[in-house]
Ligand binder design. Sequence first.
Ligand code: DLL
Length: 450
Amino acid sequence: MAKKKTRINPLSDMPIWNREMETMPRAKLQKLQLERLKETLERAYQCIPFYRRLLNDARLKPTEVKSLADLNRVGFTTKQDLREHYPFGMLTVPLEQVVRIHASSGTTGKPTVGAYNKHDLAVWAEVMARVYTAAGVTKKDIVHNAYGYGLFTGGLGFHLGAEKIGATVIPMSGGLSKRQITLMEDFGATVLACTPSYALVLAETAHETELDFRSRMKVRVGIFGAEPWTEEMRQQIQERMNLEAFDIYGLTEIIGPGVSIECPEHNGLHIAEDHFLAQLIDSETGETLPNGGTGELVITTLTKEAMPMIRYRTRDRVTLTREKCACGRTVARMSKVQGRTDDMLIVRGVNVFPSQIEEVVLGADGVAPHYLIVLDRPKNELDNLEVWVEASPELWGLGHEAVEHVQARIYRDLQETLGLSARVSVLQPNAIQRSEGKAKRVIDKRELVK
Ligand code: DLL
């Protein structure tokens, strides 16, 4: 895990929202997890036929669970399972006890549903309070929340946590970027919450309106997540916005944002392990991987009531460690998401992760941090990989030769990193469409051609 130097406050000054839970000795934490696991399994077994089957197949009665390792005998829950039980087949409570529904739009088929009873909303507020506190946010802060409000969990999840810690929250949602900049300045926002790609759009909008973000804005903390982003992207955002950027992770199926968050060490994201039991598996074999390994993150909720998840396959690839962090937290830490197991592109037989391309593109001089990966398969030909990047206005101003030079450089770097050649196009500024939420970085036309 790459360690970041930027730190605004010394660690010793950093409060921890729930010191008891976040710094609990591991043996004690595991005992608590086991207790909660048994309760969750019992609840799921009694109320949800799908889980009763899963546990019966593993010949495991919830009352017979003796250790956390027993869970390894149980099969997985996948997105497909949720789809088959859409919309409310995974509820343990009657709908009248459900007070909130969220959903995330998938690329195919029906959305994935998340349902909460009152207790679940309290859990969510608690883990989001930990998120803010880990990022150094307090009730004195003004949180500009530009995550989308609505079915997406980002907006309301960040809203809930900000209210829990007593901060002032501006419920902006996404879009209308110029207005966002104006209000951020007028209201004196000190915290920005949005996707990393939208943070860059806001930085750019400020630049276009000739507002010097670095000197005019009071924003000192950014809490960015919901999509993969690299260390290079973090550098760009921190540089342009003069803030400390924290990575936050979460997913609708588990609770929304708040599953894990970086602390000022920036050395992995702390998982709220008293609520979410994290395991790592080899996504090919399904085998559990040891501490320190890299694989697919699998999560079992320990306190969610309305819609518990048992061994949910996130498809997110991370490294997991359980070593104590210098900040004092003892809970497991995951690396930045290194990609999704279903994100991997196979180009001419070579495995390519979009994050590898992002690292090269954002590490290059003279280009803006916006890019698009386009895949095509012309009839009877090999896959065609194109990477579109935008020139910075400065580079564009230098003319054709300078642009070609940068293009050739990126081409060489990509060839070295990926082991295959990609056609690189450095385009004029603003040529690539901006996003207000999760950025779409890959256009795979191969599926359309088939
Ligand atoms: O994206 C929840 C969220 C909202 C997280 C706001 C953080 C901030 P979904 O829409 O269900 O939920 O998408 C979940 O997004 O499985 C990951 O693949 C990806 N993802 C979420 N956070 C990160 C992150 C929200 N920090 C899916 N880095 C997950 C990389 C992330 N990928």
